[in-house]
Design a protein around this ligand. Structure first.
Ligand code: NAD
Ligand code: UDP
Length: 335
C-alpha cells in the first residue's frame, strides 16, 4: 500500500481550498483537471502508473507547491495521510489498441481501481467521480444514446475488458452510493479530444492529425461511415466539475452531440492541415460501434451544462498543439 502525506487544507478568502486526488492525472483528461484545479488554488494529488500518461503532461505542475505526483497503480489500495475532499477517478487507458494490450489489467483497473478509490473516499468522507464511458452502450441500436438505454455490449470480445470493466465500475459506484453513503458521481464520457493526447495514442483524432502533419495517408478503418461525436477537452472538464458539484448519483452523459462520420472527420483534418496525402482503408476492428451520439438533456437539466466548442474550432486548437509537439520532437531528433 502506498502511503503519502498530504498537507492540511487552509481557507483563504471566500473560496474553500480543497485537496483533490486525480487518479490518472498524468493522462490526457486527467492532466487538464490537474491544471484547472492548481490554477484555482486547490491542492492536487496526481496518482498515476504512467501506463499511457507522462510526466510531460504535468511538467508545468511538478514544481508547484500545491501539486504532488504519486507513482501508483490503482489496482493496489491507496492510503493518503490528511484530508481529501474530492477524488476524480480518471485512471484507465482509453485508447482501444492500447487498452487491448493487457486486457486483464484494463479490467482490473476499472474494477479493483474503482473499489480502491471508493474505499479511499469512504475512509476520507470524500466525494468521488467515476470516468465511465459511452462504451457502456456498446454498439448502440438507437440514436441518440440516453442514460436509460442499457446498451449492446459483447461480453467476450476485444473491447469487453474496457466496456464491461466500466459497467462493473458503475455498479460498484452505484452500490457504494446507495448502500454505504459515499458521495458518488458517474460521468459517461463520449469521445473527447484536444491537446495532450499522445501522438501515438491510436485514437482517431490524434491518428488523423499526426498522420496529416507527418505527410502520411490517413487510415480509415472500414468504409469510414461509422460515426462519433467529438467533445473538446475544455468542455469536458467544465462538465466533470459541474457533475462533481451536483448531488446526482445516477449516470450523466457528457459529450458533444454533433455527429460526424470518420470520412467527414478525415476531410476536415486534410482541409485544415493542407496536407496533400490520401486516405487508405484498413479493416474495421471487431465490435467497433457503428454510431455514437450523446443525448445530453440530463446534463443540461441537472448541471446547466452544454459544450461550447464546435469541432472546427477544437480541431484548429488541437492541430496547432500537435504541430508544436511534432516540431519540437524533430528538432530534438536533429540535435
Ligand atoms: P489516457 O489513456 O490519456 O489517460 C489515462 C491515465 O490513466 C494515464 O495517465 C494512465 O497512465 C493512467 N492509468 C491507466 N491505468 C492505470 C492504473 N491501473 N493505475 C494508475 N493509473 C493508470 O486516457 P484519457 O482519454 O485521459 O481518459 C481518462 C479517463 O476518461 C479514462 O478513465 C477513460 O476511460 C475515460 N474516458 C475518456 C474518453 C475520451 O474520449 N478521452 C471517453 C470515455 C471515457
Ligand atoms: N478509426 C479510424 N482510423 C484510425 C483510428 C480510428 O477510422 O486511425 C475509427 C475507429 O475504427 C472508430 C472511430 O475511428 O470507428 C473512433 O475510434 P477511436 O479509437 O478514436 O475511439 P472509439 O472507437 O473508442 O470511439
Amino acid at each position: 500500500m502506498n502511503t503519502i502525506s498530504v498537507k492540511r487544507p487552509s481557507f483563504s478568502g471566500v473560496a474553500r481550498i480543497k485537496t483533490i486526488v486525480i487518479a490518472g492525472g498524468a493522462g490526457f483528461v486527467g492532466s487538464h483537471l490537474c491544471e484547472r484545479f492548481i490554477n484555482q488554488g486547490h491542492r492536487v494529488v496526481c496518482v498515476d502508473n504512467l501506463q499511457t500518461g507522462s510526466r510531460d503532461n504535468i511538467a508545468s505542475l511538478l514544481a508547484h507547491h500545491d501539486f504532488r505526483f504519486v507513482l501508483h497503480d490503482v489496482t493496489a489500495p491507496l492510503a493518503l495521510d490528511g484530508p481529501v475532499h474530492e477524488i476524480y477517478n480518471m485512471a484507465c487507458t482509453a485508447s482501444p489498441p492500447r487498452y487491448q494490450l493487457d486486457p486483464i489489467h484494463t479490467f482490473r483497473t476499472c474494477t479493483d481501481g474503482a473499489m480502491n478509490l471508493l474505499n479511499l473516499a469512504r475512509d476520507k468522507g470524500a466525494k468521488v467521480l467515476l470516468s465511465s464511458t459511452s462504451e457502456v452502450y456498446g454498439d448502440p441500436e438507437i440514436s441518440l444514446q440516453h442514460e436509460g438505454y442499457r446498451g449492446n455490449v459483447n461480453t467476450c470480445g476485444p473491447r469487453a475488458c474496457y466496456d464491461e470493466g466500466k459497467r462493473a465500475a458503475e455498479t460498484l459506484f452505484w452500490e457504494y452510493g446507495a448502500h454505504l453513503g459515499v458521495q458518488t458521481r458517474i460521468a459517461r464520457i463520449f469521445n473527447t479530444y484536444g491537446p495532450r493526447m499522445h501522438p501515438d495514442d491510436g485514437r482517431v483524432v490524434s491518428n488523423f492529425i499526426v498522420q496529416a502533419l507527418r505527410g502520411q495517408d490517413l487510415t480509415i478503418y472500414g468504409n469510414g461511415s461509422q460515426t462519433r461525436s467529438f467533445c473538446y477537452i475544455d468542455d469536458l472538464v467544465d462538465g466533470l466539475i459541474a457533475l462533481m458539484a451536483s448531488d446526482e448519483k445516477m449516470p450523466v452523459n457528457l459529450g458533444n452531440p454533433d455527429e460526424f462520420t470518420m470520412l467527414e472527420l478525415a476531410r476536415k483534418v486534410l482541409d485544415k492541415t493542407g496536407a496533400s496525402v490520401g486516405l487508405i482503408n484498413q479493416p474495421l476492428p471487431q465490435d467497433d460501434p457503428r454510431q455514437r451520439r450523446p443525448d445530453i438533456s440530463r446534463a443540461a437539466e441537472l448541471l446547466g451544462w452544454a459544450p461550447k466548442v464546435a469541432l472546427d474550432q477544437g480541431l484548429d486548437l488541437t492541430i496547432r498543439w500537435f504541430w508544436s509537439v511534432l516540431n519540437a520532437q524533430s528538432v530534438e531528433a536533429r540535435v
